[in-house]
Design a protein around this ligand. Structure first.
Ligand code: PRP
Length: 172
């Protein structure tokens, strides 16, 4: 078993999610919002984020993408596993990611949704990890900037494990 170290505790995460929620609520005041979480990693962050939004009209949907090839070397090949069921055209869309790493997933998703003509398209990610960034993607709301290391917990996995852990952990 690898050693675990808490990088962001559940209390730190809760406080930061609340701050993000306040900013997003201010920015979208009076406008209906479509929140799209990226499965699987963002399922917990999305659930926590929408519950701190102080907005009248919030719709929640999910998308799943799969990237193929060697997991440690990004192949850049991305395919849709599950699309949203909501109409995107004319909507204010907020994409919610757990982590942006190479940027490939988000670049693909941005293209995927932009061509459907949303009224606006913004991105909220809990973690911005720049170490391996290959494609610059604009991030509108960022929870934490992280450097190197393999993070798990709060939705993030290692071979399917650790997603249920309430804190964000580094595996050493
Ligand atoms: C993770 C994460 C992002 C993507 C970021 O998903 O949730 O979607 O990788 O990496 P990138 O910036 O290099 O494209 P992952 O493929 O691990 O699937 P999961 O969400 O099901 O765990």
């Amino acid at each position: 078993m690898p050693a675990e170290r808490i990088v962001f505790s559940r209390e730190q995460i809760r406080a930061r999610v609340a701050e993000l929620g306040e900013r997003i609520s201010r920015d979208y005041r009076g406008r209906p919002l479509l929140v799209v979480g990226v499965l699987t990693g963002a399922f917990i962050f999305t659930a926590d984020l929408v519950r701190v939004l102080d907005l009248e009209e919030v719709m929640v949907d999910f998308v799943r993408v799969a990237s193929y090839g060697d997991a440690t070397v990004s192949s850049g090949r991305i395919a849709l596993g599950k699309d949203v069921e909501s109409e995107v055209k004319g909507r204010e869309l907020l994409l919610v990611e757990d982590i942006v790493d190479t940027g490939r997933t988000l670049a693909w998703l941005t293209w995927h949704f932009a061509e459907r003509g949303p009224a606006s398209l913004k991105v909220c990610t809990l973690l911005d990890k720049r170490e391996r960034r290959e494609i610059e993607v604009p991030l509108d709301y960022v929870g934490f900037r992280v450097e190197q290391g393999f993070l798990v917990g709060y939705g993030l996995d290692c071979a399917g494990r650790y997603r249920q852990r309430p804190d964000l952990l580094a595996l050493d």
